[in-house]
Design a protein around this ligand. Structure first.
Ligand SMILES: NC(=O)c1ccc[n+]([C@@H]2O[C@H](COP(=O)([O-])OP(=O)(O)OC[C@H]3O[C@@H](n4cnc5c(N)ncnc54)[C@H](O)[C@@H]3O)[C@@H](O)[C@H]2O)c1
Ligand SMILES: N[C@H](CO)Cc1c[nH]c[nH+]1
Ligand SMILES: [Zn+2]
Length: 459
């Protein structure tokens, strides 16, 4: 089927309709690949940029802003000034400001509830105590993309947990537009969320600036935030210089629709993350052939209501190797696919969405029911929309307050509690062959030391 779109874009290929049971293991494996599965071309291209930033610092940042963003930034305007924040508030539609405030409130509420206790101690044995204390990471860089869109919502998702975690130095890195300015809503969201240090730097040069520091930009311990393959490749290259945080690359999603789901809403929602860019991944997985075919028609219908750019992006995804409609022959096989794929965003559509919750092991977020589309969570629901991509959801979690803090173990043993515990530890020290370890646990530990006034014969 070829879909003609009113405003000129023509999807030359059909939306993929694939029966999961007919795939060979190799075909199934390729369907799971994301843009980040092969970053080799980006990996080589970012190396000279990184070296240049390491050597020339701010001068290199100014150079790449002109080259990649077409932005004329001076050495003294890499940092956004207070006047630029004020101007952004003056020009932004109050309805957008209200939406930002609304979203921040929910995001703050969610992340405050998520914050672990500052300090806990437990008496593990009589007189022997252990626990943990949390401290924020000293300096965290927050990357906010701006290539195929501007992302004030990403600012909200990054800044709120940083502020809740009380990170002492958190700053934003984001590309300027060709006018040399940072997007107005990005500035408004940052100030409302409580972070006013923003540098106009994007792509791999931004990651390098955070890794090494420049005269203007502080060296960061960690960088968090999503980005294009340029950003992803730089994070991987700089892993010895700063913690690259959770992998958050091109957006990806699965909408699961059982036979009781609304095909129209399934079609609408699979377009959500598909429209981010041609590098996104998006699947509708369904157990119903009727829903599969109706959804394909509905997708073509919704394309008539989208801009040519977003149609082009989503059509590229849904007709390409990383998207389409997948027909599963049973719920367990649909669930197997979802768990193997470990999508960044997962939406469950059906009359009883909670019934599937216990069957999902791997997903960055699980959104339940017809009134919880991914975009409500992308912007305002409260959970974090910066989520692990490219199989990351198999082992890591959504961005959270936990990404901005670390736990330090605390221990305290009273002298009364020492003997029985030390005796146990000493057995293991001797077994492992560590003399000093064992001596430190010996019963003589608290005996007064015998003064060695005379050198020993061999000395
Ligand atoms: N996972 C999430 O939470 C989340 C949220 C929002 C966006 N995203 C994803 O983040 C990505 C954002 O990508 P983007 O492109 O919009 O913005 P971006 O800021 O990540 O990347 C654009 C920058 O890349 C650099 N660049 C571009 N072409 C280059 C080249 N040829 N050589 C070297 N550097 C170059 C430039 O500095 C440019 O400003 C998208 O894939 C989107 O799907 C993910
Ligand atoms: N879907 C993105 C995360 O993958 C978040 C986002 C921001 N704006 C639009 N969408
Ligand atoms: Zn999105």
């Amino acid at each position: 089927m070829t879909h003609r779109i009113d405003h000129g874009f023509k999807a030359m290929k059909s939306i993929n309709l694939i029966e999961l049971s007919k795939l060979s293991p190799q075909q199934r494996k390729s369907l799971m690949l994301r843009t980040e599965s092969d970053l080799s071309t980006y990996a080589n291209a970012v190396l000279p940029i990184i070296e240049d930033v390491r050597n020339r610092g701010d001068a290199a940042l100014v150079h790449y802003a002109a080259q990649f963003e077409g932005a004329a930034i001076g050495l003294d305007s890499i940092r956004v000034s207070p006047a630029e924040f004020d101007a952004a508030f003056a020009m932004l539609d109050p309805k957008v400001v209200a939406a930002i405030e609304y979203g921040i409130e929910n995001i703050r509420s969610f992340h405050t509830a998520q914050k672990p206790v500052q300090y806990w101690m437990k008496e593990l044995r009589p007189g022997a105590f252990a626990g943990e204390r949390i401290t924020p990471i000293d300096t965290v860089a927050l990357y906010v993309p701006r290539g195929k869109g501007s992302f004030p919502s990403t600012v909200m998702m990054l800044c709120v947990p940083a502020v809740v975690a009380q990170v002492p130095t958190a700053y934003i890195l984001t590309p300027a537009g060709p006018d040399g300015r940072v997007d107005a809503a990005t500035l408004v969201a940052a100030r409302l969320a409580g972070i006013e240090t923003i540098f106009k730097v994007g792509g791999s040069q931004a990651v390098a600036a955070a890794a090494f520091g420049t005269s203007t930009i502080p060296k960061a311990d960690k960088i968090l935030g999503p980005g294009s393959p340029w950003v992803m490749a730089a994070k991987r290259a700089l892993v010895d210089h700063l913690d690259p945080g959770i992998p958050a690359g091109p957006s990806e999603s699965i909408v699961f629709a059982d036979a009781s789901a609304d095909a129209r809403l399934a079609a609408l929602d699979v377009l959500i993350e598909a429209e981010h860019g041609p590098d996104s991944s998006a699947f509708l997985v369904t157990t119903s052939r009727a829903i599969a075919s109706a959804a394909i028609d509905w997708i073509a219908h919704f394309w008539n209501e989208m801009s040519a750019r977003r149609v082009e992006f989503s059509a590229t995804v849904l007709t390409g190797p990383r998207g389409g409609v997948l027909l599963a022959d049973s719920v367990p096989s649909a669930m197997d696919f979802i768990n193997d794929y470990a999508p960044e965003h997962l939406e469950i559509l059906g009359a009883e969405p909670f019934g599937y919750l216990h069957q999902i092991r791997n997903a960055g977020e699980i959104l339940l029911g017809h009134a919880t589309p991914m975009s409500i969570a992308n912007f305002v629901l409260g959970p974090n929309a910066v989520l692990p991509t490219s199989f990351g959801a198999k082992t890591v979690s959504a961005l959270s307050v936990h990404d901005f803090i670390k736990r330090t173990s605390i221990g305290y043993v009273t002298t009364k509690a020492f003997p029985p515990m030390a005796a146990m530890g000493r057995e293991l020290a001797i077994y492992e062959g560590f003399d000093a370890h064992a001596l430190a646990l010996a019963p003589q530990r608290f005996d007064p030391p015998v003064a060695r006034t005379q050198p020993m014969a061999a000395e």
